[in-house]
Design a protein around this ligand. Structure first.
Ligand SMILES: Nc1ncnc2c1ncn2[C@@H]1O[C@H](COP(=O)(O)OP(=O)(O)OP(=O)(O)O)[C@@H](O)[C@H]1O
Length: 327
């Protein structure tokens, strides 16, 4: 079983003076999978990724990478590549020169990829001879990814690889990562974007205040939240409001409150947009409400979660922990 794991971390702790960046974090990443780390700012994501890259050493706990225990010395574990805090590039060199310099450091061999190949993989062939200085953030991210790919890593570690990518760039990078995983590489990435997680990751760890508050399949995270808030637009808003208020399990919320806010619902005072209703309900109660609306001849024109289930779960999981950490 151990050899199937690219990362096996147990009880990882890391402090910076009196700041507890990681507090007993466990992490298991299987080879051939894309694993997501999410969490609010300061949750500990970059710190954890830095440990995987050998840029820092944990204060406590045990860490095994690609089956090899990580020691106390600062060193990039064999078979691992990636970046945290943005890729390190030479701005005055072209994309190709940056990669050629790195390739020379790696030394050519069966375990390294060619410069042209990685440029092609990340879609930078056309700008290969442009200086990195003039690159947009998204292009720098792609070049950083290309640099990591040179080493043909068995574990790829990326800190917010989607930063600055336009939708086409994002799709391209997703394609690269998906192919790598299909070939057996384990990918660990951090992201603030739930769409990244949904599109890419099979499993995810949610960090808040240095602790893992959720670890498991992305689908389970989406289900890890109670009733969602739904936006309800109908042909007869007053009737819909009355019916919603009378349906067991359905709470009518003030449609003017910020959509991400969780906690007890507000009163049902007149919303700014009287045609729109926001209700909080578990799915069975929502079904009952929709049936009641149809029976009363009220047309349902829109019924959508105010935030995605994944986002709602993320907000609910991290809010309490983060407040605790901030105290
Ligand atoms: N080198 C350092 N020196 C001092 N404190 C640090 C250092 N690196 C991280 N920290 C602190 O450790 C905590 C975790 O930081 P980290 O950068 O890992 O969080 P993060 O989840 O990556 O945040 P973000 O989403 O903002 O990138 C923060 O309180 C941060 O200020």
């Amino acid at each position: 079983m151990g050899t199937l794991l690219a990362v096996r971390a147990r009880g990882i702790g890391k402090c910076f003076d009196d700041v507890v960046a990681l507090d007993g974090v466990d992490l298991e990443v299987t080879r051939g999978r894309i694993y997501g780390l999410v969490g609010p700012n300061g949750a500990g994501k970059t710190t954890l990724l830095g440990l995987l890259l050998g840029l820092a050493v944990a204060d406590s706990g045990s860490l095994e990478i690609l089956g090899v225990p990580v020691g106390r010395a600062l060193a990039a574990p064999d078979g691992v590549a990636g970046f945290v805090d943005g890729p390190g590039l030479y701005p005055s060199l072209t994309a190709r020169q940056n990669l050629t310099a790195l390739a020379a450091l790696h030394g050519e061999g069966p375990r390294t990829a060619g410069v042209d190949d990685v440029l092609h993989q990340v879609g930078l062939t056309d700008v290969a001879d442009d200086r990195a200085r003039g690159f947009s953030l998204g292009m720098r991210q792609r070049l950083g990814l290309a640099a990591a790919l040179l080493a043909r890593p068995r574990l790829l570690v990326l800190d917010e690889p989607s930063n600055g990518l336009d939708p086409a760039g994002q799709q391209h990078v997703h394609g690269v990562l998906t192919r790598l995983a299909a070939d057996g590489t384990a990918v660990v990435l951090s992201s603030h974007r739930m769409d990244d997680l949904e599109a890419l990751c099979s499993e995810v760890t949610v960090l808040a205040g240095g602790r893992a508050v959720f670890s498991g399949p992305v689908g389970e995270l989406a289900a890890a939240h109670g009733p969602l808030d739904y936006r309800l637009v109908t042909s007869d808003p007053p009737a819909a409001r009355r019916l919603a208020a009378g349906t067991p399990g359905v709470r009518v919320l003030d449609a003017t409150r910020p959509p991400h806010e969780t906690g007890p619902p507000c009163d049902t005072g007149a919303p700014r947009d009287p045609g729109r209703l926001v209700v909080r309900a578990p799915v069975p109660a929502l079904d009952t409400l929709v049936a009641a609306l149809v029976q009363a001849g009220v047309a349902v024109r829109e019924l959508t979660p105010v935030v995605s289930p994944l986002e709602a779960a993320f907000l609910a999981l991290t809010a309490g922990q983060q407040q605790e950490a901030d105290r």
